[in-house]
Write a protein that binds this ligand. Structure first.
Ligand code: PMP
Length: 415
């Protein structure tokens, strides 16, 4: 199973693609929506909307427990979606794909369950200085419980990881490394292959937060060799409320269940409960069935367009945005990594990011302002927050031009 594609090397017909996303026709304050908040969540193509509608209209039923027709249909569709996701990241086994609520839920699962089994007082967990709060706080919680210590790979002024710092911190006390593939606030693409190789050389497993990577670049999990990989459905054109945790079979088999309830058990008595096999051991309770199935539809859509074509189209629009923004006097980028993807963060003069965001909003341009759930990154750069424009393959150069005009207008009003 691989990332099979129908278009691999051509630049996409963006206008045609935009017609697949009904929300892109929306008007905001009477003007066409310019949606540059894709790192927060992506918009949904028609097949994803149809999948949700179809499920509730034609075969809404609970999965895994029923013998009746609809239940079997729902179960089959849900498991087909799991298979598609396994195929998309080239997982060796379908049962290494755990449905979660999203990236946050997946990381919490690993921190709690891996931590419960493998962490003890004096151990260390190694994360990086550019993590989203959801890849910081779950580790703080388990470290506190176990008397372990959280260590942090430093970053530099360009917003890149200091890899010599990583080498120094990777001691025999470290029991797991958890880093983001792509920074949501800086756009930095981290050298995750190198991190994984180095950690594995000293038998330390690695969790990759792929929340900002899965929608932008091909990921072959066997080639990457990450032990865990978490992402959210809603950032790859699927619905909110569903996500994926990939885990290597050998770890998932050794880890205790995260939550107890229906579906995750084999047999329950008051004296003793035995747990279900993978992946169900980690899927307690009724899941987001329609969400899982619609995530499968989103993966189909991405594969139909082709993730390499998506990557190429996005690189073009991001490079164009970077060029045009660079020409604005008094605009400074926060994060200037050589290898970047998706998001561009910046500040303009001494305009507060929130004020700039509001003025852009009035011009129907949706950007995000604030700390982007990465407060330590803001502390590092000693700023209250940034303005972040984040791109998807349906964004156009004309939209970038509108962003630049919008910033110029804000400058005239506020500077
Ligand atoms: N990690 C990163 C890098 C993110 O960008 C996000 C979402 N902004 C998350 C984790 C959390 O994702 P979710 O809220 O979908 O669980």
């Amino acid at each position: 199973m691989t990332n099979s594609e129908t278009i691999t090397d051509s630049v996409l017909d963006i206008e045609k693609i935009r017609r697949d996303f009904p929300i892109l026709k929306t008007k905001v304050y009477g003007k066409p929506l310019i949606y540059l908040d894709n790192a927060a969540t992506t918009q949904k193509p028609q097949p994803v909307l149809e999948s949700l509608h179809n499920y509730y209209t034609h075969y809404n039923s609970n999965v895994h427990r029923g013998v009746h027709f609809l239940s079997q249909q729902a179960t089959e569709a849900y498991e087909v979606a799991r298979r598609k996701i396994a195929g998309y990241i080239n997982a060796r086994h379908e049962h290494e794909i755990i449905f979660t609520k999203g990236t946050t839920n997946g990381i919490n699962l690993v921190a709690a369950s891996f931590g419960k089994k493998f962490l003890k007082a004096g151990d260390e967990v190694l994360i990086s200085a550019m993590e989203h709060h959801s890849n910081i706080v779950p580790w703080q919680l388990i470290c506190e419980e176990k008397g372990a210590t959280l260590k942090v790979i430093p970053i530099d002024e360009a917003g890149e990881l200091k890899m010599d710092g990583f080498d120094e911190l990777l001691t025999d006390k470290v029991k797991i490394v958890a880093v983001t593939y792509v920074s949501n606030s800086l756009g930095t693409v981290n050298p995750v292959h190198e991190i994984i190789q180095k950690a594995h050389a000293v038998n330390v497993p690695v969790l990759i937060d792929a929340a900002q990577a899965i929608q932008h670049m091909p990921i072959d999990i066997q080639q990457l060799d990450a032990d865990f990989l978490a992402f959210s459905g809603h950032k790859i054109y699927g619905p909110t409320g569903v996500g994926i945790l990939y885990g290597k079979e050998k770890w998932l088999n050794e880890m205790p269940p995260y939550e107890g309830g229906g579906d995750m058990i084999k047999n329950v008595t008051f004296a003793k409960t035995t747990y279900n096999e993978l992946p169900f051991k980690f899927e307690a309770g009724t899941p987001d069935i329609s969400g899982g199935i619609a995530l499968g539809a989103a993966i189909d859509y991405v594969q139909h367009v082709g993730i390499s074509a998506i990557q190429q189209a996005e690189e073009e629009v991001v490079a164009y945005a970077y060029d045009r923004l660079s020409a604005i006097p008094s605009l400074r980028f926060i994060g200037d990594a050589k290898h970047r993807s998706g998001a561009i963060s910046f500040l303009v003069g001494n305009i507060h990011p929130f004020d700039l965001g509001e003025i852009l909003d009035k011009q129907s341009i949706a950007v995000r302002t604030g700390h982007h759930c990465t407060q330590p990154v803001m502390d590092f750069f000693q700023i209250p927050g940034t303005v972040r424009a984040s791109f998807a393959f349906y964004n156009t150069k004309a939209e970038v031009d509108a962003l630049v005009d919008g910033i110029e207008k804000a400058k005239r009003m506020l500077e």
